[in-house]
Write a protein that binds this ligand. Structure first.
Ligand code: COA
Length: 329
């Protein structure tokens, strides 16, 4: 009988732009306060990319680190997958720009759009491609530069977001199977609660769309909050069940870093003590597709996770989309 192909996680990497924007800096831009932002969101500061530092550049730096950590040369990668909602351009894909930066030719490269759940969607796609035998080594990136689509006069949104990139190298394996389970979901009927109205085919760019600031994130925060908590709980519980693991088997929960109060509510509903929940939102803000992978990378590199530990990632984002994955490090 043919042996089943498993997936091994070979390495991770991450990159945040150098420029730091603190809550105190924001106090000078909009009518807000460090106290309001800290207590309502848990965010203290976020990183902001330079004008000449597009999404593919952050992706390149995170990928280079992940490849080095995995001890893999760029030329050994046979597929590039980039989860992002802030691509360099509508097309070509950011994955194609990344491919060129990595000096790899010919291998398939494409973007996927699932907002803040993008990296979890990416894990599922990479797993399916590897298990099918079609590709052996996949570079998966979660990257966003939300500060480039932020309305800096809107205090409801501009305090929440930041820029960053994380990458993972996954490989076919006959010995290991590190992706124990993935669960995904979406509900497009919520599309009007968190979205970027213009620049697509439903509202092509015009002078009016620019004047009305329709190329920046629009969000109904309270409603997003209300749906995010139960959907993240649902996703985390389903993925846990499919993995045939128990809560006690999970060394660390890595939730999407959108709001500290969402993270705490999810942990409370699931009965997970906060010392088993990874949090870095205070220094990153919400980096969308990059949150779970950059947090995972930090947990690995700071020694909070070691080989063999089981981790659960869970995310929620515009669409709405949600997803969770139970993985072995
Ligand atoms: N600084 C100071 N005041 C602010 C503010 C800011 N940055 N942003 C909003 N406010 C004000 C509001 O105008 C409102 O004032 P009002 O009562 O005079 O109208 C007041 O604070 C309370 O606003 P409210 O919307 O009730 O706050 P909240 O407790 O729901 O917190 C969010 C707002 C955005 C932090 C919260 O709803 C949230 O995090 N939602 C989820 C967003 C998210 O995670 N999005 C990404 C998902 S992937």
């Amino acid at each position: 009988m043919k042996k089943k192909i498993g997936v091994k996680i070979l390495g991770t990497g991450s990159y945040f732009p150098k420029k730091v924007l603190t809550n105190l800096d924001l106090e000078k831009i909009v009518d807000t306060s460090d106290e309001w932002i800290s207590t309502r969101t848990g965010i203290k500061e976020r990183r902001v990319s330079e004008k000449n530092e597009p999404t593919s550049e952050l992706a390149f730096k995170a990928s280079t680190e992940a490849l080095k950590f995995a001890n893999i040369l760029p030329g050994q990668i046979d597929m590039i997958l980039v989860a992002t909602v802030t691509p360099d351009m509508l097309f070509p894909s950011t994955a194609c720009f990344l491919q060129t930066k990595l000096n790899i030719s010919s291998v398939p490269a494409f973007d996927l759009s699932a907002s803040c759940s993008g990296f979890i969607y990416g894990i599922s796609i990479a797993k399916a491609f590897i298990e099918s035998g079609l590709y052996k080594k996949i570079l998966l990136v979660g990257v966003d530069e939300l500060t480039k689509i932020t309305d800096w006069t809107d205090r409801n949104t501009c305090v929440l977001f930041g820029d960053g990139a994380g990458a993972m190298v996954l490989s076919a394996s006959y010995e290991d199977d590190d992706i124990l389970s993935v669960f995904l979901g979406a509900d497009g009927s919520y599309s009007n609660l968190l979205f970027l109205p213009a620049g697509g085919t439903s509202k092509p760019t015009t002078l009016d769309t620019i004047n009305e600031k329709l190329h920046t994130i629009k969000m109904h925060g309270k409603e997003v909050f209300r749906v995010a908590v139960p959907k993240m709980v649902l996703a985390a519980e389903k993925a846990l069940k499919f993995s045939e693991k128990r809560l006690e088997d999970i060394k660390l929960f890595i939730p999407h870093q959108a709001n500290m109060r969402i993270i705490e509510a999810v942990a409370k509903k699931m009965g997970i003590p906060m010392d088993k929940v990874f949090v870095n939102i205070h220094k990153t803000g919400n980096v969308s597709s990059a949150t779970t992978i950059t947090a995972l990378d930090e947990a690995i590199k700071t020694g909070r996770l070691k080989n063999g530990d089981i981790v659960e990632l869970v995310a929620f984002g515009g669409g709405f989309t949600w997803g969770a994955a139970v993985i072995k490090i």
